[in-house]
Every structure is written in C-alpha cells, then in structure tokens.
Design a protein around this ligand. Structure first.
Ligand code: HEC
Ligand code: HEC
Ligand code: HEC
Ligand code: HEC
Length: 118
C-alpha cells in the first residue's frame, strides 16, 4: 500500500512537471546570429506547427526544448547527423519546401539571403 502511494505521488509530480514544461513557450522572436542574423518568429511558427515538429524533429530526440546547439555542434563530418548547420537546415528548409509545394506559393523562404540577413 505504501509503495502504491509513493508511486502515485511520483506520477502526480511528473505530470505537474510536464504541464509546467509545456507552458514555457520560449521567446516570441529568436535571433540566431552565427551567420548574419536569422530572425525566427517563434510565436508565428507555434501557430503553424507543433512543438514536436522542431523540438522533437526525429524519433531519437528527447522530448525537451533545450537549445539546439546544446547537442548539435559544429562538425566537418558530412556523415554526422548531429552537425549543427545540417540539423538546422534539415529542420527549417525541408518544412519550407514542403509547405511551399503544398500551398503553391513561396511564403516560406528557401534562399540563403532570405533567412541569413546581413
Ligand atoms: C529557412 C531558413 C534558412 C535558409 C533558407 C538557409 N539557412 Fe543557413 N541556417 C539557418 C539557421 C536557423 C541556422 C542556425 C543559425 C545560427 O545559429 O545563428 C543556419 C546555419 C547556417 C550556417 C552555420 C552557421 C554557424 O556557424 O553555425 C551556415 C554556414 C549557413 N546556415 C549557410 C547557409 C547557406 C549558404 C544557405 C543557402 C544555400 C542557407 N544557409 C540557407 C537557416 C537557414
Ligand atoms: C518551427 C520550429 C519550432 C516550433 C514549432 C517551436 N519551436 Fe521552440 N524553438 C525553436 C528554435 C529554433 C529555438 C531556438 C533554439 C536555440 O536557440 O538553439 C526554440 C527555442 C525554444 C525555447 C527556449 C530554449 C532555450 O533554452 O533558450 C523554448 C522554451 C521553446 N522553444 C518552447 C517551444 C514550445 C513549448 C513550442 C510549442 C508550443 C515550440 N517551442 C515550438 C523552434 C521551434
Ligand atoms: C538533447 C540533445 C538534442 C537537442 C537539444 C536537439 N537535438 Fe537534434 N538531434 C540529436 C541527436 C542525438 C540526433 C541524431 C540522432 C537522430 O537522428 O535522431 C539529432 C538529429 C537531428 C535532426 C536529423 C538530422 C539528419 O540529418 O537526419 C534534425 C533535423 C535535428 N536534430 C534538429 C534539431 C533542432 C532544430 C533542435 C532544436 C530545436 C534540436 N535538434 C535539438 C540531439 C538533440
Ligand atoms: C513545420 C514547418 C516549418 C518549420 C520546421 C520551419 N518553418 Fe519557417 N515557415 C513555415 C511556413 C509554412 C512559413 C510561411 C508562413 C506564411 O504563410 O506566411 C514560414 C515562414 C518563415 C519565415 C518568413 C516569415 C517570417 O516569419 O518572417 C522565416 C524567416 C522562417 N519561416 C524561418 C524559419 C527558420 C529559421 C526555421 C528553423 C529554425 C523555420 N522557419 C522552421 C513553416 C516552417
């Protein structure tokens, strides 16, 4: 019985923590400045995509919202799936191409200078 109560308490704690995490939506606009300035409208994207589309963009991703660069580092290896530039481009550009194709427009930028503004 005692064990069951402890287990229920753990479940309740984890559930509360999950709700608290889900409520941290992060900054409304994020400026990424490693190459020029990429101005990323986080809030607008949250309306058009799910958190998991970016924060859990592959099955192996942990379900958290840590900075991409905390795991994805600069890398010269073409085979390195964790390479920062590759991961960012795969996430942003793949969706933009698919969205433009689906909508028959060019609202989602795919050109270097449209994202990387000097
Ligand atoms: C849809 C937006 C988008 C497009 C289009 C795009 N990029 Fe990026 N790129 C990003 C984002 C976001 C990052 C991460 C930037 C940061 O952390 O400052 C990035 C990172 C990079 C980096 C690595 C910067 C670093 O030092 O970590 C390079 C180099 C780069 N892009 C070059 C290009 C080139 C060249 C093109 C065109 C062929 C291009 N990008 C198209 C969004 C884009
Ligand atoms: C279209 C992609 C995308 C979507 C959708 C998205 N995010 Fe983000 N989010 C990002 C990027 C990119 C960053 C910046 C990460 C970095 O600086 O490395 C970020 C940053 C964050 C941060 C700040 C992380 C930190 O430590 O600075 C939080 C919190 C966050 N997002 C939560 C959410 C939540 C909650 C949702 C869903 C309601 C969501 N995001 C939807 C791409 C996205
Ligand atoms: C806690 C660590 C961690 C964080 C944080 C993280 N990633 Fe990843 N990511 C990984 C690992 C590990 C892989 C390689 C394994 C796999 O394919 O799932 C990966 C792979 C990827 C891939 C697939 C690359 C390919 O070539 O198939 C994309 C896209 C990606 N991450 C985007 C992101 C974006 C965007 C963010 C931030 C919003 C982010 N990741 C944050 C660990 C992380
Ligand atoms: C899940 C799909 C998806 C992902 C992932 C995504 N985008 Fe977008 N993005 C869109 C769509 C759709 C539009 C066009 C919105 C419209 O109709 O105006 C857009 C528009 C934009 C625009 C132009 C409008 C504006 O907000 O200024 C920029 C810049 C942009 N995205 C940057 C990024 C960057 C940088 C990333 C990666 C960190 C990213 N996007 C990831 C779907 C996505």
């Amino acid at each position: 019985m005692k064990k069951l109560i402890v287990m229920l308490m753990v479940v309740a704690f984890v559930a509360t923590a999950a709700v608290a995490m889900a409520q941290d939506k992060g900054p409304a606009v994020i400026k990424l400045t490693n190459k020029g300035t990429v101005t990323f409208n986080h809030t607008a994207h949250q309306a058009a995509a799910t958190c998991d589309d970016c924060h859990k963009s592959t099955a192996n991703h942990p379900a958290d919202t840590a900075k991409c660069s905390s795991c994805h580092r600069k890398s010269d290896s073409k085979a390195d799936k964790k390479a920062y530039k590759k991961a960012m481009h795969k996430n942003c550009i793949d969706c933009h191409k698919a969205a433009n194709k689906k909508n028959g427009d060019k609202k989602a930028p795919t050109g270097c200078k449209k994202c990387h503004v000097k």
